[in-house]
Design a protein around this ligand. Structure first.
Ligand SMILES: [Zn+2]
Length: 160
């Protein structure tokens, strides 16, 4: 099982005659492999899928959120981090924790908006939260939920 955008998916290996790929649909991440009994190989195929899917998801949400801000788009970095959900560097770089892809997409949007607001307010003062509330009125809910849990780093997908 693994978590993706607020849902749990099973993992399944299916035989393939040529192409090796993974496909997320119908509650399952299906991994197509020419050697379906090789679990390590299936894990690698799944991991490759996850890496691309994470990158695409975070990039597309970041692009959508950044469009709402009247300033040049910061550079985006994505990383699996244990200590934080996101950060903004004054060199105009936003870093987003890929583990947010586990949660419903609103959580990812919230963290992106939070970091984008740091372009205008460095610290978490009233002006910062007023700005954040104008983009994300229920930011307190996301903040509360994400504080309950520490990031653990998006675990590699593996087959038992
Ligand atoms: Zn902050």
């Amino acid at each position: 099982m693994f978590q993706w955008q607020g849902h749990s998916y099973g993992l399944e290996i299916r035989p393939s005659i040529a192409a090796e790929y993974a496909d997320l649909s119908g509650g399952t991440l299906a991994v197509y492999s020419v050697f379906p009994h090789d679990r390590a190989r299936a894990g690698k195929i799944a991991h490759k899928w996850l890496k691309t899917a994470l990158q695409d998801l975070v990039q597309s949400r970041f692009d959508a959120m950044a469009l709402q801000f009247n300033c040049p788009k910061p550079m985006l970095r994505t990383r699996a981090m244990r200590s934080r959900w996101g950060s903004y560097h004054p060199r105009h770089i936003v870093t987003i924790n890929t583990e947010l892809a586990k949660y419903p997409v609103e959580y990812l949007d919230y963290v992106i908006l939070h970091e984008l607001c740091h372009i205008f307010h460095r610290n978490h003062q009233k002006g910062f939260y007023d700005l954040l509330a104008s983009y994300c009125p229920n930011y307190r809910k996301f903040q509360r939920e994400l504080r309950k849990t520490r990031p653990t780093g998006f675990k590699a997908l593996h087959f038992r």
